[in-house]
Write a protein that binds this ligand. Structure first.
Ligand code: AMP
Length: 178
């Protein structure tokens, strides 16, 4: 048996959620036993030897991948959620979308002070969402050491944005275009 490449598990939906966007759908990777395991194993392997204390995942697909990574590393998990979803005291960080702004939140006590954090999401495009999570975790007393994604869209420059914070950015596959 040969292992399929990670990108071959990912389905592309043209013009979703709006015309011109090629949506890289990881649900077809998650629903495949080998695709899911291979991705989580690779995400974990990328950080073997790194001094990680906690894993953060961005709602919603980042919860699935980040939760599995945290479990495998034996670390605690920080959910980074869309505004208004977390029940206890929160802190928020605004970030820019193509049209308008959005806010991500964490619980104010979610991050152990001084913790080195690994950030996980399914995909990095412009890096705006991940950057907001990095700022938030920093404000809460943590330090994002690394950020890992299944998919990277290099044309949108998210990597440069995060590397500007001295974060090691890793991805399992790339797709051209936006
Ligand atoms: P960005 O903040 O521009 O890096 O966008 C990253 C977030 O938006 C991630 O949580 C992705 O799940 C989602 N996203 C952005 N572009 C795409 C795309 N082409 N296909 C699938 N998800 C995307």
């Amino acid at each position: 048996m040969t292992l399929k490449k990670i990108e071959d598990y990912i389905r592309t939906i043209p013009d979703y959620p709006k015309p011109g966007i090629q949506f890289r759908d990881v649900t077809t990777l998650l629903s495949d036993a080998q695709g899911f395991r291979q991705s989580v194993d690779a995400l974990v392997q990328l950080h073997v030897g790194a001094d990680i204390d906690m894993v953060a995942g961005i709602e919603a697909r980042g919860f699935i991948l980040g939760g599995a990574v945290a479990h495998q590393l034996g670390k605690g998990f920080i959910p980074v959620r869309k505004k208004g979803k977390l029940p206890a005291e929160t802190m928020g960080q605004e970030y820019e979308l193509e049209y308008g702004t959005d806010i991500v939140e964490i619980h104010t006590d979610a991050v152990t002070k001084g913790a080195n954090v690994l950030l996980v999401d399914d995909l990095i495009a412009t890096g705006g969402t991940a950057e907001a999570a990095v700022k938030l975790i920093g404000r809460a007393g943590g330090n994002v050491l690394g950020a890992s994604f299944v998919v990277e869209l290099p044309a949108l420059g998210g990597r440069d944005r995060l590397e500007g914070y001295d974060i090691e950015v890793l991805s399992l596959c790339t797709f051209e275009g936006d």
